[in-house]
Write a protein that binds this ligand. Structure first.
Ligand SMILES: Cc1cc2nc3c(=O)[nH]c(=O)nc-3n(C[C@H](O)[C@H](O)[C@H](O)COP(=O)(O)O)c2cc1C
Length: 398
């Protein structure tokens, strides 16, 4: 998009701020807060005031869609004891005030369903995101035996998982369906299935971690079986109008592991089962979720989103070091991805969606802000005429 077309005068809106309709859900813009765990669940792994305040800031900040962090589908799947869960009715009810608030602001709200697999019962990010240490345990951290495709741990020092039997894999499909039913009952607008970062479903996909010899292992079709059966089961629990996202590790970060060709095949299979958007992340199969096996640079995962979008012909979400409005606008305008997720930069600036609208030349009179803020800010432009830009940056001091 050129500079002229984004500078008001009735010109087209930047693509980033064009609405997007997926099934029955219309997002007011393409900006998304991706799932980000914060270890602030209330008793019983429920959602409380912290999440209303924390995620509510992004609704007031103008995002089109906000995802609740990785939320466990069963107790053994909690990545950390302080994570959210959605396997029972009390947890389902606990999300309702948050969902009501987000909807009142015109921001859609989704939930990432997750199972930690062999990385369950691990440290918080601030502790290092590795296996719990003696020191962590002495300080009261809760530990339990995780489950995985095999009894092989993530790496040296990690807990030894218990291998899921074939019957337990089949039951796992029902576990995810139960969580999806609770997510729908809570009123979420959309669901994301977490198949990335080395957690349970990623560990089934990758040949590095899945060396099973039953129907849930073996060749790529066998390794995809559990995630695909889960996608089908989750889809069945959702109304037709409700979009389904899947987060993938487009490459798992190992030479002999899951690669981008595999991801394209997986995305096609997911699409055939009613998945609507592929959220393209990477890495995590053999270390902490953030283990940097993929070189990190500005927009480093965008090529994954682009290739999946083109070759599997399915909408994608790009994520990973997307820091500036023009960068994000180029990604959607060049049709490399349909949605832009902003993680840490949204932690840095929860109003970033509004700020990027200003930077792209729209919303200069705060039209899209919640009126309790926008009315005052617009009035201030007039008060400070000659002293401040519409965005509040002071241009003259006398
Ligand atoms: C605090 C924090 C928590 C995260 N938790 C999750 C999570 O729950 N699920 C997930 O798939 N990714 C998680 N991630 C990864 C982010 O969703 C995102 O993919 C990553 O931060 C890269 O985007 P960024 O460079 O814009 O931050 C987390 C990242 C951060 C910073």
């Amino acid at each position: 998009m050129d500079g002229q077309s984004i500078n008001g005068g009735g010109a087209a809106r930047p693509m980033l701020f064009e609405p997007l309709t997926i099934r029955g859900l219309t997002l007011k813009n393409r900006l998304v807060v991706p799932p980000m765990v914060h270890y602030r669940a209330e008793a019983g792994n429920t959602c409380g005031t912290f999440h209303v305040v924390h995620l509510g800031r992004y609704a007031l900040g103008g995002f089109g869609l906000v995802f609740v962090e990785a939320t466990a589908v069963e107790p053994v799947g909690l990545i950390n004891e302080h994570d959210l869960g959605i396997w029972n009715d009390a947890q389902m009810e606990s999300f309702k005030p948050l969902i009501a608030f987000m909807k009142r602001q015109g921001t859609a709200i989704g939930i990432q369903l997750a199972h930690g697999g062999r990385k369950a019962s691990s440290q918080t990010a601030m502790q290092g995101m590795g296996p719990l240490t003696e020191e962590n345990l002495k300080a009261g951290a809760k530990s339990w035996q995780p489950v995985g495709p095999t009894a092989e741990p993530v790496a040296n020092g990690w807990l030894t998982p218990r291998q899921l039997t074939t019957a337990e894999c089949k039951a796992m499909v029902g576990t995810w369906a139960n969580a999806a039913r609770h997510a729908v009952g809570a009123g979420f607008d959309t669901i994301e299935i977490h198949t990335a970062h080395g957690y349970l479903l990623a560990s089934f996909l990758s040949p590095v971690s899945n060396t099973r010899n039953d129907e849930y292992g073996g060749d790529r079709a066998g390794r995809m079986r559990l995630p695909l059966e889960i996608a089908e089961a989750v889809r069945r629990e959702m109304p037709d109008t409700m979009p389904l996202f899947v987060r993938v590790s487009a490459v798992d970060g190992t030479v002999e592991g899951w690669n981008l060709d595999d991801t394209v095949v997986f995305a096609r299979e997911l699409k055939a089962r009613g998945v609507d958007v592929i959220d393209c992340s990477s890495g995590g199969i053999s270390g902490s979720a953030t283990a940097a096996q993929v070189p990190r640079s500005l927009g480093f995962q965008v090529p994954f989103a682009e290739r999946v979008r083109t070759e599997a012909e399915i909408p994608t979400m790009a994520v990973g070091i997307i820091l500036e409005a023009q960068q994000a606008e180029r990604i959607v305008a060049n049709r490399q991805a349909d949605l832009i997720a902003i993680g840490r930069q949204s932690q840095f600036d929860p109003n970033i969606a509004h700020h990027w609208a200003h930077e792209l030349g729209i919303n200069t009179r705060f039209e899209d802000w919640s009126p309790e803020f926008g009315w005052w800010l617009e009035k201030r432009i007039r008060t400070l005429d000659g002293f401040a830009t519409p965005t509040g940056v002071v241009t003259q001091r006398s």
